[in-house]
Design a protein around this ligand. Sequence first.
Ligand code: NAP
Length: 291
Amino acid sequence: MKILDGKNLSNIIKQEIKESVGVRLSLGLKKPHLAAIIVGDDGASLTYVGSKVRSCEEVGFESTLIQLEKSISENDLLYQIEKLNKNSNIDGYIVQLPLPKHINEEKILLSVDPVKDVDGFHPTNFGRMVLELPSFIPATPYGIMEMLKRYDIKTSGKKCLVIGRSNIVGRPISILMSQKGSYGNATVTVAHSRTKNIKELCLEADIIISALGIPEFIKEDMVKKGVVVIDVGITRILDKTALKGYVIKGDVDYKNVSKKSSYITPVPGGVGPMTIAMLLKNTLKACQKKD
Ligand code: NAP
């Protein structure tokens, strides 16, 4: 069994990005600039945004964090987005999800200028991705594809089971894994909460990409020997004995499933750090497009 070490790989990618920034500066070009909007004070969202901002510093990007009150009106949030769309110094930005219930998430995501949509959630980018045209690919599926490529894991002709069909993970990764380009070409099955025979589908799969958010859902008796397991799930479980008061669990019973796997991502330290690295890569691309 080999561990797909997302932490190490993301550090390599960040180093590459840092070098590109160095080259830009030596040529007198501007530093890439990523902004993030966060609404409210949800602990997990603050942690995610915090690590995105810290990573910007690591690679030499400029970053701007815009923290807004949970009670902000939809119109005021739209105004903030319009300001970012117009600010030529900002190359890309993200709106951290989820948003408070009184705000229409779809309306907000549609108002992001597609050329600055480094999360790749705007229908223009999503559509371009489906058509295999250049676009910003959502960071988590982009990170998974990059990880499979860099570990030289063969996907062509393999049976891939994706569990989850969300717009940010399950749906896009199922499209990327089946695409005809240089990577992908897998035979993809998408499972979701209405799927009846998940164990059977898991047992048939050469590659399982799990993005459902149920801790340790995938057990040892659900996978075949030699399977490649990509665990996207991140769930916080309260644990008074832990330093932070919680522990992080993935969708996979890592201890036992790893014994049967050829490759497996740990949680934490697998897909999570790759997501951040690919967000930075999208931001660098957004900046380079303006040169
Ligand atoms: P989501 O929007 O809640 O989607 C979950 C998906 O799982 C849905 O499609 C749902 O089916 C399906 N599902 C739920 N219960 C199921 C079951 N018993 N059997 C089969 N499918 C089931 O979640 P998400 O945003 O995609 O995130 C999924 C997980 O990944 C979460 O733990 C999240 O924290 C994590 N995540 C991690 C990263 C990272 O960087 N590592 C990034 C994003 C998300 P229906 O469509 O039928 O409801």
